[in-house]
Design a protein around this ligand. Structure first.
Ligand SMILES: NC(=O)c1ccc[n+]([C@@H]2O[C@H](COP(=O)([O-])OP(=O)(O)OC[C@H]3O[C@@H](n4cnc5c(N)ncnc54)[C@H](OP(=O)(O)O)[C@@H]3O)[C@@H](O)[C@H]2O)c1
Length: 332
C-alpha cells in the first residue's frame, strides 16, 4: 500500500524521458512526482524547477532514501538500470524501470530476484502495454476475434542524426537500434505469441559498432511467425498488424504510441477503433504510472499486464538476437 491515496514517485535521471514522464504524470489525479535524483545537484535543481517537483537530490542514493517517495522511476541510459533499480529495491521502494529493462537477461534476473526477495513492486516501463488501444486489442484477441494468430508484423524505424556521443550510438551507453527501438516489436510479439522457439536475426552495424538496423523472424511452436524490424537510420511506417485465421488488426502509425486501429474480420465489415478525443502520440507514459499506482493500492508486487517472468523472457530473446548479429557491449 502507498502511505496515502496518492502514489508519490521519485525520478532517477534528469534527461529526455524523465521530463516527458514527469509532465505526463501531472495529468493524473492520484499520482505525483515529489522528488528527483541526479548525479549532480545542479541538474536535479534545474529539473525540479522546470517541473515544479518539490525536492531535488544530488545523488540517486539520496533520492531512494527520501521517506516521501513510494515508487522510483529509473530513467537513466540502459547500462545504469541495474544499479539504480537495486538501489531502490534495497531501500524498500517500488520500482518502475525504463525499457529495455536491463542490458541482458542475467541483469534482469538479478533485479527480479532482488525485488521478489525484498517483496517490493517491480515493473518494466514498457508504456505501450498500458495504452488504451493496446488494452482494447488484448480484449479482442482474448475474445477470439482473430481466431488463431498466424502472423505478427511490426516495425520501429526512426531517423536519428548520427552523433557518436549520443547514447543511441555509444556502445558504453548501451546504444543501437535493437535495445532502444527493437525492444518494442519484440515485446509486442511476446505479448501476443509468447516466447519464440526459433529466432533468426540479421543486422547492419554503424560506425560506432552498435546495430543501426536489425531484422528478425521469430517462429513459435504453434506455427505462427513474427516478422519484426528496427532501424535508427530512417523514419519507417511504424505500423503493426496481427493476422489471424478469423480476421486481422492493423494498427496505425505510430503503433507503439497512442493511436487508432482497424479490426478487419475475415467475414463482415471492418471496425475502426479510435480514442476520443484524438490521442496525442507524444503523450501516454502516464498510463504505466497509473498501473504502478493501481498495483500498489491493491498490494500487488507485479503487474499482470507486464509480468516480471515475461520481462526476463524478452531479455532472453534479445540476448539470442544479439548473439546472432554479434552485438556486444563493453564489460558485458
Ligand atoms: N518509454 C519511452 O518512450 C522512452 C523514450 C526514450 C527513452 N527511453 C528510455 O529511457 C532511458 C533514458 O533515455 P533518455 O532518452 O531519457 O536519455 P537521456 O536524455 O540521455 O537522459 C538520461 C539521464 O540519465 C542520467 N545518467 C546516468 N548515467 C548517465 C550516463 N553515464 N550518461 C548519461 N546520462 C546518465 C542523466 O541524468 P543525471 O545526470 O541527472 O543523473 C541523464 O540526464 C533509456 O533506457 C531509454 O531506452 C524510453
Amino acid at each position: 500500500m502507498t502511505s496515502s491515496s496518492t502514489t508519490r514517485f521519485g525520478v532517477i535521471g534528469t534527461g529526455g524521458i524523465a521530463s516527458v514522464m514527469t509532465s505526463d504524470i501531472a495529468l493524473l489525479p492520484d499520482v505525483e512526482v515529489v522528488a528527483v535524483g541526479s548525479r549532480s545537484a545542479a541538474s536535479a535543481e534545474r529539473f525540479a524547477g522546470a517541473h515544479g517537483v518539490p525536492r531535488a537530490h544530488g545523488s540517486y542514493a539520496d533520492l531512494v532514501a527520501d521517506p516521501d517517495v513510494d515508487a522510483v522511476y529509473v530513467a537513466t541510459p540502459h547500462p545504469g538500470h541495474l544499479d539504480a533499480a537495486l538501489l531502490a529495491i534495497e531501500a524498500g521502494k517500488a520500482v518502475l524501470i525504463e525499457k529495455p529493462f536491463t542490458m541482458n537477461a542475467a541483469q534482469a534476473r538479478e533485479i527480479v530476484d532482488a525485488a521478489r526477495a525484498r517483496g517490493v513492486f517491480c515493473m518494466e516501463a514498457m508504456w505501450t502495454r498500458f495504452l488504451p488501444h493496446v488494452l482494447r486489442i488484448r480484449e479482442l484477441v482474448a475474445a477470439g476475434a482473430l481466431g488463431e494468430i498466424t502472423t505478427v508484423t511490426a516495425d520501429h524505424d526512426q531517423w536519428f542524426a548520427f552523433d557518436p556521443e549520443h547514447r543511441l550510438f555509444s556502445p558504453e551507453l548501451g546504444g543501437g537500434a535493437l535495445l532502444d527501438l527493437g525492444v518494442y516489436p519484440v515485446s509486442f510479439a511476446s505479448m501476443l505469441l509468447g516466447t519464440p522457439s526459433q529466432v533468426t536475426a540479421r543486422a547492419d552495424f554503424g560506425p560506432t559498432g552498435v546495430d543501426a538496423q536489425t531484422s528478425m523472424i521469430f517462429e513459435y511452436a504453434s506455427g505462427a511467425h513474427a516478422v519484426l524490424s528496427t532501424t535508427m537510420r530512417a523514419a519507417g511506417p511504424c505500423q503493426a498488424a496481427i493476422v489471424g485465421t478469423e480476421g486481422r488488426i492493423e494498427i496505425d502509425t505510430t503503433w507503439y504510441a497512442p493511436t487508432s486501429f482497424v479490426f478487419r474480420p475475415r467475414v463482415g465489415e471492418p471496425e475502426v477503433w479510435t480514442e476520443e478525443p484524438a490521442p496525442d502520440e507524444h503523450k501516454g507514459l502516464r498510463f504505466e504510472a497509473a498501473e504502478v499506482a493501481r498495483c500498489l493500492r491493491e498490494g500487488l508486487t507485479e503487474s499482470p499486464a507486464m509480468p516480471l517472468d515475461e520481462t526476463v523472457a524478452i531479455m532472453e530473446t534479445l540476448d539470442q538476437v544479439r548473439d546472432q548479429i554479434g552485438l556486444t557491449y563493453p564489460g558485458l
